[in-house]
Design a protein around this ligand. Structure first.
Ligand SMILES: O=c1nc[nH]c2c1ncn2[C@H]1C[C@H](O)[C@@H](COP(=O)(O)OP(=O)(O)OP(=O)(O)O)O1
Ligand SMILES: [Mg+2]
Length: 189
């Protein structure tokens, strides 16, 4: 496979920046291009959402691609908002995400990243998941990227937003999923 032809489809600049930083930080390099495509996100499990998006992206591009979906799952809510976190965050903000959990005994949460790879139109996407456990806290740190300021990974004492970039990029849900994707892509060589 010609890796330079591999397109990462995302409309999120922060996501793209992290993916590039992680892929250039260690291991064998992977070359990707990026494209922003407007793809409607279906409802379903994180896996169904990821597969549908990647399949559609490959059709639109007419070639191999990767897509990424991030979910934020609250233990007290049995995994919700999950893949719908984007809409919860947009409507409720950092404070509202905390308010959702008032009255629940645990603020435990996990961030779940799902990369999907399609070899091209009509091929079944393959998924690579990474999970980081933590808890939902009142916002701390710069509110630049999504819900980074309200998610504190277990054992760090820092929210994602408070961490130096390279610390987040060594323990994040995205890092863990990307390491699996990297291994898979090199196995195609
Ligand atoms: O590491 C992260 N730290 C904080 N927030 C994050 C992170 N990663 C994604 N996010 C936010 C962006 C969006 O509000 C939602 C995921 O939705 P998701 O559909 O995966 O992202 P998106 O629509 O922004 O970009 P894309 O064009 O790749 O679908 O969580
Ligand atoms: Mg999206």
């Amino acid at each position: 496979m010609a890796k330079a032809n591999l397109t990462f489809v995302t409309g999120n600049a922060n996501k793209l920046k992290e993916v590039k930083a992680i892929l250039s930080a260690g291991g064998k390099p992977i070359e990707i291009e990026s494209r922003s495509l407007d793809i409607p996100e279906v409802q379903g499990t994180t896996q169904e959402v990821a597969i549908a998006k990647c399949r559609r992206a490959a059709e639109l591009l007419g070639g191999p691609c990767i897509t990424e979906d991030t979910a934020l799952c609250f233990e007290s809510l049995h995994g919700l908002p999950g893949p719908y976190i984007k809409y919860f965050l947009a409507d409720l903000g950092h404070e509202g995400l905390n308010t959702l959990l008032v009255g629940f005994p645990t603020k435990a949460a996990w961030a779940l990243c799902t990369f999907a790879y399609s070899a091209g139109p009509g091929t079944e996407p393959i998924l690579f998941e990474g999970r980081t456990d933590g808890s939902i806290v009142p916002a701390r740190g710069p509110g630049i990227f999504g819900w980074d300021a309200v998610f504190e990974p277990t054992g760090t004492g820092l929210t994602y937003a408070e961490m130096p970039t390279d610390q987040k990029n060594k323990l994040s849900h995205r890092y863990k999923a990307l390491e699996k994707l990297r291994e898979f892509l090199h196995s195609l060589d």
